[in-house]
Design a protein around this ligand. Structure first.
Ligand code: FAD
Ligand code: FES
Length: 274
């Protein structure tokens, strides 16, 4: 994959708006014009929770523009709870934009975006970029129940076709979101973000049907900047994302470890050996 990272630094931002899009799900809009202008689809930030005594938490960049960015997050633990307590006017430091985002080169015309759970936060920017380039975009969106399918209308407003799945059948197809792709005419390219079992299923489906697929991997990051090697995933050595350090052993394996936070989080499915 072409390297799609941009230089990262700490941005001192201010909360411009806060809204709850569902119980326990918050969208924070942050004034950070410079960050908004350099962000690429699929990149993320490390948000440093108020007080600074806890480690940063990785959050996908949901929206980006001239005025700044927004973050969409589910309150799952102490750090996201602290972020949910922020109000307009409060300060928040962000390290970013981080990671290699989605590769949208080649002018793809028919794209399937696959999102599960919190993965929805990382796929609005590629959806907007593709729609503005005139591509057909189908959003395959899966969650536990209708209440957990957040912001689907935001994607519809951008001209994406919605295909919904829930575990309990309260909205759309009852079952896995990947079952919806399997029974559809295949998009030429799949972009996916969500829990690992969903990503593995997308990777298998792509292989079976000869589709190209990019997967944005979910992992718990410690440093988030490539320093601790605590987030590795095996990739083929010939991948453009294979790191040059540490050097591979002479005559060794054709698989090397890449850091999800640094070389990823987005990888071509066919280059992963996980
Ligand atoms: C690149 C990247 C982008 C992300 N973007 C978003 C985003 O845009 N919005 C969002 O809501 N979350 C996102 N996440 C997940 C988020 O970083 C974690 O959920 C984070 O641990 C929350 O911190 P916490 O202290 O609130 O909860 P914690 O106390 O760390 O965790 C609470 C619960 O969530 C589970 N958990 C922790 N990390 C993950 C994970 N990565 N995936 C699934 N479950 C997890 C834990 O097992 C635990 O049960 C992203 C993660 C990565 C790696
Ligand atoms: S979290 Fe430290 S290298 Fe990725």
């Amino acid at each position: 994959m072409e390297t799609l990272s941009t230089p990262a630094r700490v941005f001192a931002t201010t909360v411009a708006d806060r809204r709850a899009c569902a119980p326990g799900v918050v969208v924070l809009s942050l004034s950070a014009p410079e960050l908004g202008s350099v962000t690429r689809p699929g990149q993320y930030v490390m948000a440093i929770p108020p007080g600074g005594e806890r480690a940063g938490t990785a959050l996908g960049i949901y929206e980006a523009g001239d005025g700044g960015i927004s973050l969409l997050f589910f309150v799952t633990g102490s750090r996201t709870a602290a972020l949910a307590g922020l109000r307009p006017g409060d300060a928040l430091d962000l390290l970013g934009p981080l990671g290699n985002g989605f590769d949208l080169s080649g002018d793809p015309r028919d794209v399937g975006i696959v999102a599960g759970g919190v993965g929805i936060a990382s796929v609005l920017l590629p959806a907007i970029a593709l729609r503005r380039a005139g591509a057909r975009v189908r959003l395959y969106y899966g969650a536990r129940s209708a209440a957990h399918l957040v912001e689907a209308e935001r994607f519809a407003g951008e001209g994406c076709e919605l295909l919904l799945a829930t575990d309990d059948g309260s909205a759309g197809h009852r079952g896995y979101v990947t079952e919806l792709i399997a029974r559809d005419d295949a998009p030429g390219l799949l972009l996916a973000c969500g829990p690992s079992p969903m990503l593995r299923a997308v990777g298998r489906l792509a292989e079976e049907r000869g589709l190209r697929a990019q997967l944005s991997l979910e992992e718990t990051f410690a440093c988030g900047v490539g320093g601790c090697w605590g987030c590795v995933v095996p990739v083929v050595r010939e991948s453009a994302q294979a790191p040059s350090f540490p050097p591979a052993s002479a005559g060794g394996s054709d698989v090397v470890n890449a850091r999800i936070c640094k070389e990823g989080p987005v990888f071509w499915a066919h280059e992963l050996r996980w």
